[in-house]
Design a protein around this ligand. Sequence first.
Ligand SMILES: [Zn+2]
Ligand SMILES: [Zn+2]
Length: 356
Amino acid sequence: MEKSNENVEAFGWAARDTSGVLSPFNFSRRVTGEKDVQFKVMYCGICHSDLHQIKNEWSNSIYPMVPGHEVVGVVTEVGSKVERFKTGDKVGVGCLVGSCRKCENCDNDLENYCPDQIMTYNGVYTDGTPTYGGYSDIMVTNEHYVVHWPENLRMEAAPLLCAGITTYSPLRHYGLDKPGMHIGVVGLGGLGHMAVKFAKAFGTKVTVISTSASKRDEAMDRLGADSFLVSRDPDQMQGAAGSLDGIIDTVSAIHPLLPLINLLKTHGKLVMVGAPEKPLELPVFPLLLGGKLVAGSAIGGMKETQEMVDFAGKHNITPDIEVVSMDYVNTALERLLKSDVKYRFVLDIGNTLKKN
Ligand SMILES: [Zn+2]
Ligand SMILES: [Zn+2]
């Protein structure tokens, strides 16, 4: 591939304003640097956080914005000092494309908690340019933030890179990955369904907790959960009190924590991975009396992300997805808003992104 100091032409779909509508967008990527990997994007998941940022619901949006942080592709060029990748490798990029590399978190493979982390899109790179995500034909990423994609894992399983690691990491970090444990998963969407799959693969018993009884069949038949609780049914919840070693709570709407805390055994752990916009009420007495823990977790570090995709490859864990063409993206976003997808849309960028 020809080298030059000019930027590289790129093409994707971008949000231009808060309307929530994306449209085709010509832009440029940096030339592949010494430590950079350039790759052709094949698939990119649509994450719920894309929707928030496209519409500036977190008040930090930079337009034009090319979203996408669940990106899988094939390497087209590597920089002279790249050690871990070569042309033709299958690779993945998740939520991060940079961090300071010198703080305590970075030293401990916790780039996801680095205060100077650089988000894959809607961020600003070290060279001052905006970062653009995976709703585009090519990406150029420092190799430290690129993972090897296992040969046997379908590239369509791109949502592992956000939804997958977001649920894998707390199960591992909080020791909720021991065979025989009993784990609760609250909410059955993009995150929740991955939590069920990982928890089952770790050999734990899994109970799905949902406001809606209609999700019982999905949870148990489709995803293999062992049991199901309707959180609005006080009798069911009381019957399961003190039965869970840990809970992964994926709900981002305001919801009561007390019924969940009551489900925990002594020293049980309630880990929040959803992001409600307003503070939740935390009842402290039940925590004290059961020696219980309420915690949070956000994505995962690069080392752990590699470990997660390797684990997914080994155990054949993939998200349940609906693969759609690039020009379907606006419809997909509308449907996502209505939770009308099981459980993640994935854009088939490689076959359907056409320059026009
Ligand atoms: Zn995401
Ligand atoms: Zn750092």
